[in-house]
Ligand binder design. Structure first.
Ligand code: GLU
Length: 316
């Protein structure tokens, strides 16, 4: 099993954490929780923070929303040392990475339509992705040429074998790549680079040593490790977080408008929000208002729960 070495404790490397929000709207409670804990985890050890806007999808994200996100982070008292980097400006780099993968003969064009994918593939457990059947993996050069006349292909990475790693919060993880992940998309048919490629290529290139994010992305991690390996990049330490669930047990989504920052800031001050999030994260005994800075001396991963967190009405 590949143990991803924590950067701390060795006395050599400074932690480099990151905020990697997708500027597709105002932050909501789940993003705030990840951002606060990423920041605390790095800063409590004297680490650095990078801000990277994951704005690859021009239909869902915008520069203006990214600017709003920056203002929101500052308002909450979360700062960074480097960035913002905008993924929308980094296509040439992703293209280079893609070329390196293509040179390894592990990338193939996929012509499946959205409807075909929907009909033929099992939905993935929890990263929202499906497990691709491999339908286009065996196409001949002639078939590819013929299909290309009708529609541009997406590009997929062919996977095989296993991936194992240790999540600092959830312990040892073991995945069969074909069974649990499937061949995944590196570049969409409209030319937009996929999250899995961009996030690993960037975290690797930017020297990120610690990734803190919701456990909904745990099943994306083996895919990203494939990219690190194939591009010769050093993977970070991964620390996944429990999810915040609505009082009825549902995952929070953008539809829970009252848990978006717009609505939250009508009801709470930034300090009240931070205090409540810190309380949910097990860091303080009462949800009292504070600035993130005040949590640095008490922050302890041991107290972050592993079970998902049900939001109590009295809190939010
Ligand atoms: N951009 C992703 C999101 O906002 C986060 C990616 C990550 O932390 O790896 O959900």
């Amino acid at each position: 099993m590949r143990a991803i070495k924590p950067a701390v404790g060795e006395g050599i490397k400074q932690i480099v954490g990151r905020f990697a929000p997708s500027p597709s709207g105002r932050m909501h409670l789940g993003n705030l929780f990840s951002c606060l804990l990423s920041w605390l985890s790095a800063r409590a050890e004297g680490g650095r923070m990078i801000l990277r806007m994951e704005d690859l999808d021009p239909q869902r994200t915008s520069r203006a929303k990214g600017q709003q996100l920056k203002a929101d982070l500052r308002l909450l008292g979360l700062d960074w040392d480097e960035g913002p980097y905008w993924q929308s400006e980094r296509s040439a780099y992703y293209q280079q990475c893609l070329k390196r993968l293509i040179a390894q003969n592990v990338v193939y064009p996929c012509f499946c339509s959205r409807a075909e994918l929907h009909a033929a593939n099992a939905p993935h457990a929890s990263d929202g992705d499906y497990i691709y059947s491999g339908r286009c993996r065996g196409l001949t050069a002639e078939q590819i040429e013929e299909k290309q006349r009708h529609r541009p292909p997406a590009l997929r990475l062919a996977v095989a074998g296993e991936e194992a790693f240790i999540d600092r919060h959830y312990g040892p993880q073991h995945y069969s790549l074909s069974r649990d992940c499937g061949d995944f998309i590196l570049r969409r048919s409209d030319g937009v680079f996929a999250y899995q490629l961009a996030v690993a290529a960037d975290d690797g290139a930017m020297g990120v040593t610690q990734v803190v994010r919701g456990r909904d992305l745990l099943p994306s991690t083996p895919k990203q490790l494939q990219i690190y390996q194939r591009l010769g990049l050093t993977p970070p330490e991964f620390i996944h977080l429990p999810l915040l669930l609505a009082a009825d047990g549902r995952r929070l989504s953008k539809r829970d408008g009252d848990l978006g920052l717009d609505a939250l800031l009508i009801r709470f001050t930034p300090e009240e929000l931070v205090g409540r999030l810190a309380y949910l994260a097990g860091q303080i005994d009462r949800p009292e208002p504070l600035r993130p800075q005040e949590l640095l001396s008490v922050f302890d991963w041991e107290r972050v729960p592993a079970e998902d967190i049900l939001l109590q009405d009295c809190l939010f």
